[in-house]
Design a protein around this ligand. Sequence first.
Ligand code: ADP
Ligand code: MG
Ligand code: ZN
Length: 473
Amino acid sequence: MNWDVVIGLETHVELSTQSKVFCGCSTAFGAPPNTLCCPVCLGLPGSLPVLNEQAVELALKAALALNCTVTPVSRFDRKNYFYPDLPKAYQISQLYAPLARDGHLDLPGGRRIRISEMHLEEDAGKLHHHADRTAVDYNRCGVPLVEIVTAPDLTGGEEAVAYLEQLRSILQYLGVSDCRMEEGSLRCDVNLSVRLAGSSELGTRTELKNLGSLRAVRLACEYEAQRQIAILESGGQVRCQTCRWDEEARRTVPMRDKEQVGDYRYFPDPDLPPLAVGEEWLTHLRAEQPELAHEKAARYARDWQLGEYDCATLTSRRGLAEFFEQVVALGAPPKQAANWIMGQVLRRLSADGLAVEEIPMSARSLADLIRLVEQGTVNRNTAVEVFDAVFTGGDPAEYVRTHRLEQSSDTEQIASVAADVLAQNHKSVEDWLSGKEKAAGFLVGQTMRALGGKAPPALVGDVVRQLLERERS
Ligand code: ADP
Ligand code: MG
Ligand code: ZN
């Protein structure tokens, strides 16, 4: 039998605010446990939440970039449950009137994934399991989250990963979140079911949790689809359960029957007023929206004739794209700038263990270096040497000057060096005269060598050939 896999993703993204969503505590990652808490985020009696406007603004930016309709007046609700990482025993979330609905995200291949809704909520604390006990850190309580829910439109693990990569790129470009899966600032739950190929009815789904990387998402989807297919093919029924991904065993492990929305006894939070978002605010945010990765890629292809691979690589991170654009703005030909960045800059970043946001070299420096090559002051090999020397700081032109790396375009000087080479290599000259074209290449090489590589190879070639022609007569 042929089966189709159906996946819907619920992605939680921590917003890049300085302070929490309902109090003034810091959102810093990695502080000592329980040092970033106050009565509000701990839910102590008498404390009252106050909504952080910056969190709303970031969530709205995401909503607009994901083509959602923003709810004019959204509301906050309490989702009630007990868990040790949730001291209030409820989470402030949005159920009845979420911040935004009905958006979509287009995958690089062109497939459109519908986004059914986005809502704002607070994060819970974090449990640390030790051998003999479990400790809880409440620092993360109240960190603002936006949850982005897709329709069941994804068709497999690879497409789920492509969606998450595209989502991450958009949110990072917007500055809405750093989306670091390894730090938990982007977390996703997978809802997956299978159905007979061509059927339009949805099968019973399971929900997969504890997916700590994109690789885990892909592997868990593949494993779970096979698990469900095996159950159905042997005449069984899939249970609507929550499963945990076991990274070590590389399998999904059913944990509990999935809770239904009614289990949470949601009700409107009496402590928070409705959130009104006016058209003016949205107009302002729309005008401020930066150019996103796929828009930049399309522009590079159109205006600068860069290939698809170059465009994708250069726009893979906003920091890299901005560096590239600065180098071009300073006069470097786009193709040259692209080659230098994708070759040498990325090589050095990975060798030095630096992120693209941490390029120590200035755009001006790289633009200057490219100009030195274009003008023939240095050849490419020398330029790479200069690049390595000035990558962490320094002026290329000055480096070339103080290390005497300029190549000579002085024809007289080249001719005199070449004449010496010819005189010392009689045999090769004879070979050339008797029709062995290769011999010329050897002589050019020897001349380049005698010049210490500091002359344009094409010019040296011309000079050597002229001298050889003269030998003929
Ligand atoms: P819940 O109340 O469990 O969160 P939702 O209706 O909010 O359920 O859906 C959560 C996610 O599960 C959404 O991304 C949705 O697309 C997806 N989903 C719902 N039903 C199915 C199904 N049968 N197969 C795959 N995904 C599903
Ligand atoms: Mg849900
Ligand atoms: Zn607090």
